[in-house]
Design a protein around this ligand. Structure first.
Ligand code: ATP
Ligand code: MG
Length: 354
C-alpha cells in the first residue's frame, strides 16, 4: 500500500482550473518534488494535501485513511509555507518550540529538540531574536526548523530555500536530504528550480497548467522527457520538427537519421526531435553530421554555451571548459553526437492518462 495517495485531486476557482486530476502515489520515506512554472498549481496542490484548501474533486489518503475532510491540524503534517508566516511576537526558539508545546512535549525534551533543529539550519546563535530582526533567508530557515522539529509523518515544503544564497542553499539541500532520509519522513517539495528538484528528489512531478505531465526519477525525467515542455523545463533541449516513418527520422535540410534503440516507443508522423546541448560536440569544419556557424558564445565557468546556426535551425551547444581555445563568433564548425542521444517527442503536449 502506498503511504500517500492523491487521486484525481482538483481545484477550480469559478471557471478556472487551478489544479486538474492530480494523481500520485508515494511510498513511505519518498521525496517527491513538484516542479513547474509560476502559476501552474504547485502551492494549490500542496495546500489541498495540507488541508488548507478544499479540493473541488478527488481525495487525499495517508496510510489508507481518507483525510479529505479531516481538518489541517489533525493530519499530522509539517508544512513550510511559501510565505513563512512566523509568529512575530515570539523569539526564534519559541517559534520552533510552538508545535512541540501544542503536542505537550515535556520542557526538557522540547529544549533539546529545538536546539537540534536550530543547529541543523545553522541558527542556534540567533535563538533569542525576533523574526523582524532576521533576514529573509534566516526567517525561511526558522520556518524549516519549525516544521522539522515535530518530526511529522509527512513534510510539505513550498519553495523552502527560495531566499537563500547559492552556497547556503546547496548546504541546506544536502542537510535536508540527509535528515529526511535518516528520519524517513515522506516529503513533497515545491520548487521551480530544476537543479534543486534533480539533486534532492527520488521522483520529480513536472507540472504544467494545473496538471502533472510527467512523473519519473530525475534521471528518467531528464533522459526521457515526456514532451517539449518537460524537455525544456528540466534542462535545455534543441527540439526540431521532424517526421518519423518506421525507424527513419526525416529532419529539415534533408538530414535523415535512424531511431535510436531503447527507451519508450517513439511516436510516428509529425514529431519533435530532441538533442540536449551537452550531448552535441563540435568537430573540424566539414566533419560530423552537421555544419554550423557560431552565432554567439557565453562563458559559464564550468562550460561555454554556444548558439549556432545550422540546417536544423538555431541550436544550443555546451562545451566543457577544458582550457582549449573555444570557437569564436562567425567560425564554422562541424557538429556531431551519438545516435543514442537522440530523443523523439510527441508534437502535441503530453497528458498523463489515469
Ligand atoms: N483563491 C484563488 N482564486 C482564484 N485563483 C486562484 C486562487 N488561488 C490561486 N489561484 C490561481 O491558481 C493558479 C495556481 O496557483 P498556485 O499558487 O498553486 O501556483 P504556483 O504553481 O504555486 O505558482 P508560484 O510558483 O508562483 O508560487 C494561479 O493561476 C493562481 O492565480
Ligand atoms: Mg506557489
Amino acid at each position: 500500500m502506498s503511504f500517500l495517495e492523491l487521486t484525481g485531486l482538483a481545484r477550480r476557482y469559478g471557471d478556472f482550473h487551478a489544479v486538474s486530476d492530480v494523481t500520485l502515489a508515494m511510498r513511505q520515506g519518498e521525496f517527491v518534488s513538484l516542479l513547474g512554472p509560476s502559476g501552474c498549481g504547485k502551492t494549490t496542490t500542496l495546500q489541498m494535501i495540507a488541508g488548507f484548501i478544499e479540493p473541488t474533486a478527488g481525495s487525499v489518503t495517508i496510510e489508507g485513511r481518507d483525510l479529505t475532510r479531516v481538518p489541517a491540524n489533525r493530519r499530522g503534517i509539517g508544512i513550510v509555507f511559501q510565505s513563512y508566516a512566523l509568529f512575530p511576537h515570539m523569539t526564534v526558539a519559541a517559534n520552533v518550540a510552538f508545535g512541540l508545546e501544542m503536542r505537550r512535549v515535556p520542557r526538557a525534551e522540547r529544549t533539546e529538540r529545538v536546539g537540534r533543529a536550530l543547529e541543523l539550519v545553522h541558527l542556534a546563535h540567533l535563538a533569542g531574536r525576533y523574526p523582524r530582526q532576521l533576514s529573509g533567508g534566516q526567517q525561511q530557515r526558522v520556518a524549516l526548523a519549525r516544521a522539522l522539529v515535530i518530526e511529522p509523518r509527512l513534510l510539505l515544503l513550498d519553495e523552502p530555500m527560495s531566499n537563500l544564497d547559492a552556497k547556503l542553499r546547496e548546504d541546506m539541500q544536502i542537510e535536508l536530504r540527509r535528515l529526511q532520509r535518516s528520519l524517513g519522513i515522506t516529503t513533497i517539495m515545491v520548487t521551480h528550480d530544476q537543479n534543486e528538484a534533480m539533486a534532492m528528489s527520488d521522483r520529480i512531478a513536472v507540472m504544467r497548467a494545473g496538471r502533472i505531465v510527467q512523473i519519473d526519477t530525475p534521471e528518467a525525467a531528464y533522459e526521457y522527457p515526456a514532451d517539449d515542455f518537460a524537455s525544456t523545463f528540466l534542462g535545455k533541449s534543441n527540439n526540431v520538427p521532424a517526421r518519423v516513418t518506421g525507424r527513419s527520422i526525416a529532419l529539415p535540410g534533408g538530414l535523415t537519421l535512424a531511431l535510436p534503440p531503447g527507451g519508450p516507443p517513439a511516436p510516428q508522423g509529425e514529431v519533435l526531435c530532441s538533442l540536449r546541448p551537452e550531448k552535441l560536440w563540435m568537430t573540424e569544419p566539414g566533419s560530423g553530421q552537421l555544419r554550423a556557424t557560431i552565432r554567439s558564445r557565453l562563458f559559464l565557468g564550468t562550460h561555454w554555451l554556444f548558439q549556432v546556426d545550422s540546417d536544423l535551425g538555431e541550436l544550443l551547444v555546451y562545451q566543457q571548459n577544458t582550457n582549449r581555445v573555444p570557437p569564436a563568433e562567425g567560425d564554422v564548425v562541424g557538429l556531431d553526437w551519438h545516435a543514442s542521444s537522440l530523443r523523439v517527442l510527441p508534437a502535441e503536449p503530453a497528458r498523463l492518462g489515469h
